[in-house]
Ligand binder design. Structure first.
Ligand code: PLP
Length: 379
């Protein structure tokens, strides 16, 4: 594809060169089954081990605390179902937020239908969750707390460490799970500093391939496996490991810059983008001032998200509609933030990666002005 402006990196990212190279290497040279006892198996196993170690290094944990799986959705399902079922004798309360990804919210709903009680903490107008609200929600009957590190629509950064403090203060048996799918690679994610017992991530958000993710589970914590069978991944996730995708994840990790250094450059790009977009006189910014600078939620009042998305697409600019509509009701995250119908229906999510430049922001601002000139306003 030629000259595209890709600003939908929170949906997925383009696999980087090293990821593609390593996938190719796995498919052509290293296609053994890591469980096989012969040379081809050992070679594949060694590659898997290398990536496990690299990932453990990135999260500041032990290699045997990393379990590969198929995606962020699987990681969230594994953590929530596995922990709730393993902990049900100690209590039945689950604490989460109203703005988690559907792979958490739908799983918590499923647990509610099994008899667990769930508390969904509400965000403020910028999508932020307060430390007090987290502390108030956790009690001695709470067995599981699941809080994302960065919200995928608003970019709000959540105070996960406050949950760890509250668990301790309330002497709660709760396990703390963190969905770090949108945070990993963009801000430093150190599992012990966060105080997480379990943490989910996904390769396709960091310029790795789709279909591969990982979950961190703190040593000594036992949760029920989602998949049973041959006992791979230390019994937590049966199924032959996808060596090509694991190696692709390894390639993405190898190319991943230091998140802290990159964050500085990204803050500059974000403020330039905001300036350009606000300069059009068409845009309202929905993300908070302290949101992750890789995610910018905006609205263009008077124009429907989907219409704008397709207008931009025709100019080779790719963004996400903030209202991934379910039954025309618009984004539940923006609704929970208390935004009006008009703002929700005209929302767009702009999401960056390290490969975006000021030219992309210029192209977007110019295209939005052109959209306003060509599209009919909704009443
Ligand atoms: N959690 C968050 C916050 C996400 O943004 C996503 C995907 O967009 C997921 C989980 C699911 O990840 P995957 O697409 O790997 O299943």
């Amino acid at each position: 594809m030629k000259n595209i402006v890709y600003l939908d990196n929170s949906s997925t990212t383009k696999p980087c060169e090293t990821a593609v190279k390593r996938i190719n290497e796995a498919l052509t040279l290293c296609w053994g089954n890591p469980s096989s006892l012969h040379l081809l198996g050992f070679e594949a196993e060694a590659k898997v081990k290398e990536v496990r170690q690299a990932l453990a290094g990135a999260l500041a944990c032990r290699a045997d605390e990393i379990y590969f799986n198929s995606c962020g959705t699987e990681g969230n399902n594994t953590a929530l179902l596995g922990a709730a079922h393993a902990m049900h004798r100690r209590g039945n309360r689950i604490v989460t937020t109203a703005v988690e990804h559907p792979s958490v919210l739908e799983t918590v709903k499923r647990l509610e239908s099994e008899g667990f009680e769930a508390v969904y903490i509400k965000p403020d107008k910028f999508g932020r969750i307060s430390e007090d609200a987290i502390a108030n929600a956790i009690d001695e009957k709470t067995i599981l707390v699941s809080i994302m590190l960065v919200n995928n629509e608003s970019g709000a950064v959540m105070p996960v460490t406050a949950a760890r403090r509250a668990i301790k203060e309330k002497a709660s048996p709760a396990l703390l799970h963190c969905d770090a799918v949108q945070a990993f690679g963009k801000i430093p994610v150190n599992v012990s500093e966060l105080g997480a017992d379990m943490l989910t991530l996904s390769a396709h958000k960091i310029h790795g391939p789709k279909g591969i993710g990982a979950i961190y589970i703190k040593k000594g914590i036992h949760i029920n496996p989602l998949l049973t069978g041959g006992g791979q991944e230390n019994g937590l996730r049966s199924g032959t490991e996808s060596v090509p995708l694991i190696m692709g994840l390894g390639g993405a990790l190898a190319e991943m810059p230091d998140p802290k250094t990159q964050l500085k450059a990204q803050k500059e790009l974000l403020s330039y983008t905001c300036e350009r977009l606000l300069g059009t006189g068409l845009v309202r910014i929905n993300s908070g001032p302290d949101a992750l600078p890789y995610i910018l939620n905006i609205s263009v009042p008077g124009y429907r998200s989907e219409t704008l998305l397709h207008f931009l697409e025709n100019q080779n600019i790719f963004v996400s509609s903030g209202s991934a509509c379910s039954k025309g009701r618009g984004s539940y995250v923006l609704r929970e933030m208390g935004l009006s119908r008009e703002i929700i229906d005209s929302a767009l999510r702009i999401s960056f990666s390290r490969f975006n430049t000021k030219d992309d922001a210029d192209a977007l601002a110019t295209a939005l002005v052109s959209a306003a000139a060509h599209l009919r306003r909704v009443k």
